[in-house]
Design a protein around this ligand. Structure first.
Ligand SMILES: Nc1nc2c(ncn2[C@@H]2O[C@H](COP(=O)(O)OP(=O)(O)OP(=O)(O)O)[C@@H](O)[C@H]2O)c(=O)[nH]1
Length: 534
């Protein structure tokens, strides 16, 4: 989607206002605000794919950051002020030019959306190729996972209405090698935020150099089978689905906490503020953050004391705590880390530095949690966390009322799959079913690998009839997936049993009833879904 020009101009206006504020009151604090505002504008441009302006904004950000040097006082020296002024004015001029150039296009794009039912809609995934027939099977297989892929010949331009960050699979084998680099460069130029994957590239240095040097993110070498291409696409898809990062700010100063909150919000990080440290435990339970930003000195207790209290609770043992303090005393910092902290940032903080630390700590924390609560083969919840999540969801449903359907799904004759094709191929079949479930179910549904080839699914606010309709489509599509084996392929089927709350009241009772229904589905001939009340 193109960025609406009004939104772009509004963001640019906000940036100009902070610059005017700094000029009127050239303090360190207002310079921090300016840096935050520039960083936010750059992030906005990346988010909206406004690549034409991104470079200038990023440069401005770099220049501003370089001025966070303790030898540079405020107001800034005249030369630095002039330089910033010129850069900001140039960025504003470019923003206005871009906004007027895209105004017509946005209207056209909206018209196209209204006419979408008439038009042939290209998917988010495009295969650029002159031999589409060779990719029909990939397109069909992706369709079973709920992903649409379209074909575009190398000579045809991608329409203006294109998404700004598509996934482009480039069939290099159908383009003369001398044209590789310029073609890839042109696509990269246009889709700076897209993912470009070169297909059918030889493993030698020259070809890889051409493709990666031209701007592809990665290559899938000659002979890569369709299921490996699908696997790469699924991985990319999952990376896009991350939930927003969440930070709890424990800070007695309302001004400081709001400044931090704004800095984080401008980087799409969600936060909650606790001004009274005694409320920290309640806030932790309610808000469920990924990281705590902790002021070091507060009335009543210090940040270190709060951190020690937090660490007495098992569930928060590994949660990252980053201290914020005006203190530069190294011995004290070491002591604070020894007593339960993970990092120390000195105030006034550099906003970009703050965001970088927060993001990298949260990424590590999430990776750790994934390994604790998720199954390594499929990435789904593991047995015990699946059951715990079901119990928690059930208490919510019992409180607010409504249905909850539990499904036990199992791959048919899986022992034969292993015996005929080998354990690694069996693993791949398990992963295919998990991908399919991930694509088809909602974000808040429970998805768990309950045992070897058995999955537990929890569908809140879904009665048995609706659950049957959803799962039966999954069953049908799973049966169509081609699992590769040597030069050929095979199909697998699945069966499932469904039980629903309030007919069964506890998590254990629901699982037992769904399991009994699954048993009946197996004995009824397999490749079918059985509801427990039927
Ligand atoms: N490849 C692979 N196989 C597994 C995994 N976990 C369990 N299995 C195998 O899954 C098979 C399950 O077989 P059974 O429970 O006998 O049932 P089935 O052959 O699927 O037959 P029905 O369920 O009755 O249709 C066993 O052979 C296990 O060794 C795993 O992680 N990977």
């Amino acid at each position: 989607m193109l960025c609406p020009p009004e939104e772009l101009l509004q963001k640019n206006q906000a940036l100009s206002t902070t610059w005017q504020r700094y000029q009127a009151l050239p303090s360190f604090e207002s310079f921090v605000e300016l840096a935050v505002s520039i960083n936010s504008f750059t992030e906005f441009l990346i988010d909206k794919g406004v690549t034409a302006l991104h470079h200038a904004s990023h440069q401005l950000e770099q220049v501003t950051l370089a001025l966070f040097n303790k030898d540079v006082g405020h107001p800034l020296p005249q030369a630095a002020l002039d330089d910033l002024n010129e850069r900001l004015r140039a960025l504003t001029r470019m923003t206005h030019a871009h906004a007027s150039a895209t105004a017509g296009l946005v209207e056209r794009e909206q018209d196209l959306h209204h006419a979408a039912s008439q038009a042939v809609r290209l998917g988010q995934i495009w295969v650029i190729t002159d031999a589409p027939a060779a990719w029909n099977s990939l397109q069909t297989q992706l369709g079973y996972f709920g992903l649409a892929a379209g074909f575009i010949p190398w000579e045809t331009a991608i329409p203006d209405s294109a998404d700004v960050s598509p996934l482009l699979l480039l069939d290099m084998g159908t383009l003369h090698e001398s044209a590789w680099r310029p073609r890839i460069q042109a696509l990269r130029q246009r889709f700076q935020m897209g993912q470009l994957i070169g297909l059918g590239v030889r493993s030698d240095f020259e070809q890889l150099h051409e493709v990666l040097g031209g701007g592809c993110d990665s290559c899938l070498l000659e002979g890569t089978p369709p299921h490996a291409i699908i696997e790469r696409i699924m991985e990319l898809n999952e990376r896009h689905e991350q939930e927003a990062f969440r930070v709890l700010i424990v800070e007695d100063s309302k001004t400081a906490s709001h400044l931090i909150r704004r800095t984080l919000a401008e980087n799409q990080i969600v936060s909650e503020i606790v001004n009274d440290p005694r409320q920290t435990l309640t806030a932790l339970k309610q808000f469920n953050p990924d990281l705590i930003l902790m002021d070091m000195y507060m009335p009543n207790c210090t940040g270190v004391e709060v951190a020690r209290i937090i660490r007495q609770h098992n569930e928060f043992l590994s949660m990252p705590i980053v201290y914020l303090s005006g203190e530069t005393n190294v011995a004290l910092q070491v002591d604070a880390m020894r007593l339960g902290g993970d990092h120390f940032l000195t105030k006034p903080f550099n906003p970009v530095f703050l965001n970088t630390i927060v993001r990298s700590k949260i990424e590590r924390y999430r990776a750790l949690r994934r390994s604790m609560y998720h199954d390594s083969l499929t990435g789904l919840l593991n047995h015990s966390s699946g059951k715990n999540t079901l119990d928690m969801m059930l208490s919510g449903i019992a409180h607010e009322g409504g249905f909850l359907s539990v499904v036990m799904m199992d791959i048919d004759h899986f022992k034969q799959v292993n015996d005929s094709y080998g354990h690694p191929v069996g693993d791949q079949v398990i992963r295919s079913l998990s991908w399919l479930l991930k694509q088809r179910l909602r974000r808040h549904d429970i998805l768990c690998r309950y045992g070897g080839e058995e999955f537990l699914v929890g569908l809140p606010h879904t009665d048995a009839e609706e659950a049957f309709a959803i799962m039966d489509r999954v069953r049908q599509d799973f049966a169509k997936i081609r699992h590769p084996y040597r030069d050929t392929h095979f199909h697998a089927t699945s069966s499932a049993g469904i039980a629903t709350y309030p007919l069964h009241q506890t998590g254990d009772a629901l699982i037992k009833a769904a399991d009994a229904a699954l048993y009946r589905a197996k004995h009824g001939g397999r490749n079918r879904i059985q509801v427990d009340a039927d």
